[in-house]
Design a protein around this ligand. Structure first.
Ligand code: GLY
Ligand code: MN
Length: 359
């Protein structure tokens, strides 16, 4: 059986050689999980060319011993950086990388503790690796998407026009996804009805959902530490011709990207292809955000799209989320999670996308 953690560690060790580093200090709960399988709020990891250190405090030592199967020295301490510096003393490790996203206070701490070393800030050192998912990551994301799909079907019967609040829908989706095996919600859900649906990030409020409104549901869950992120917009009571046209335009943009997405498409094209569909329909000024983002251990992770000529790669999992938002009236967004392959993509979120009117 493939040992995914060992493969990730090997890629980090190769990258140390490529970047001229003797070691790298891993920070961030998700990065630590990615390289060790340990999930907890307190851990520091050092990966050297021939040295792997995992440091945590007494609350987590037993969990670490249980969950870390790769070859790490597991050290119990409340002063992790100082302990690393002590353990590396006298070795030939001199140049140490760290993530440029650490806080200023953490940076000052690093400077103090590693005063004798050559510290080098690194941009996206692990995030670059995390962009390409392995089979175990894809399996977890796939399952998270399946759970979201089922919760969406269930919520359609739960919504009663004139009675149900956005917050009740939020709680229902959350509970349903847990019922189907989710760990928890993957972010603060957007449940935005009527005029609030024109706010791309209108998180659930106490507003009652009324007949005649559009309703945007942007939600997802964690399964085995990996997320899903899906948006569906439904109509309540009835739908006007303009709403219908806007819905079909957003759906056509979402579908255009599904048809075009494959390895080798540039980040610029990934954004442009669906955006052009919306522009051509005359709604270009009303699609005000990026087309999507990577998902994985984080709800928003690299890559992001814009004007770069970098290309998407097989086994990236990317969102496709065009929208049209008419201020003070309503908005529509449709979002899928796409697994990129050599010659196309697989849509992981399979909840229905035809125009739905809840009576
Ligand atoms: N699901 C919220 C977002 O992608 O921004
Ligand atoms: Mn998203």
């Amino acid at each position: 059986m493939t040992n995914h953690i060992e493969e990730r560690l090997k890629r980090v060790e190769d990258k140390l050689v490529e970047t001229g580093l003797d070691g790298f200090i891993v920070s961030g709960q998700r990065n630590v999980y990615y390289l060790t399988g340990f999930w907890g709020t307190e851990a520091t990891v050092f990966i050297g060319r021939n040295r792997r250190l995992f440091l945590t405090d007494a609350r987590y030592t037993l969990i670490a011993k249980q969950s870390i199967t790769a070859d790490f020295d597991i050290i119990e301490t409340r002063a992790a950086l100082e302990e690393i510096a002590k353990l590396l003393g006298g070795s030939d490790i001199k140049t140490i990388g760290f993530d440029e996203q650490v806080t200023y206070a953490d940076y000052q701490h690093l400077l103090r503790v590693f005063a004798e070393y050559d510290l080098k800030a690194q941009s996206l050192f692990l995030e670059d690796l995390r962009m390409i998912k392995d089979a175990s990551e894809i399996a977890a994301i796939r399952k998270a998407c399946q759970i979201s799909d089922k919760a969406f079907i269930d919520v359609l019967d739960f919504i009663k026009p004139g009675q149900t609040t956005e917050m009740a829908v939020n709680h229902f989706l959350d509970a349903r996804m847990r019922h189907y095996g989710a760990e928890c919600a993957s972010f603060e859900f957007i449940v935005a009805s009527g005029y609030r649906s024109a706010m791309p990030h209108g998180v659930a409020s106490d507003k009652v959902i009324q007949s005649g409104e559009t309703l945007t549901l942007d939600f997802g869950c964690y399964y085995d530490h990996y997320v899903s992120d899906m948006t569906r917009t439904v109509h309540v009571g009835h739908v006007t011709d303009e709403e219908h046209r806007i819905y079909e335009t957003v759906l056509a943009a979402n579908q255009a990207l599904i048809e075009a997405a494959k390895a080798g498409v540039t980040y610029r094209q990934f954004d442009q292809i669906p955006r052009q569909v919306i522009k051509d329909a005359g709604f270009g000024d009303y699609f005000t955000h990026g087309i999507g983002h990577g998902i994985g251990l984080d709800i928003h992770e690299y890559p992001y799209f814009g004007t770069s000529d970098e290309t998407i790669k097989p086994n990236m999992v990317l969102t496709d989320e065009p929208g049209i938002y008419i201020p003070d009236k309503y908005g529509v967004r449709i979002e899928d999670d796409l697994l990129i392959t050599e010659d196309g993509c697989e849509v992981l979120t399979l909840a229905p996308k035809e125009l739905i009117v809840i009576k």
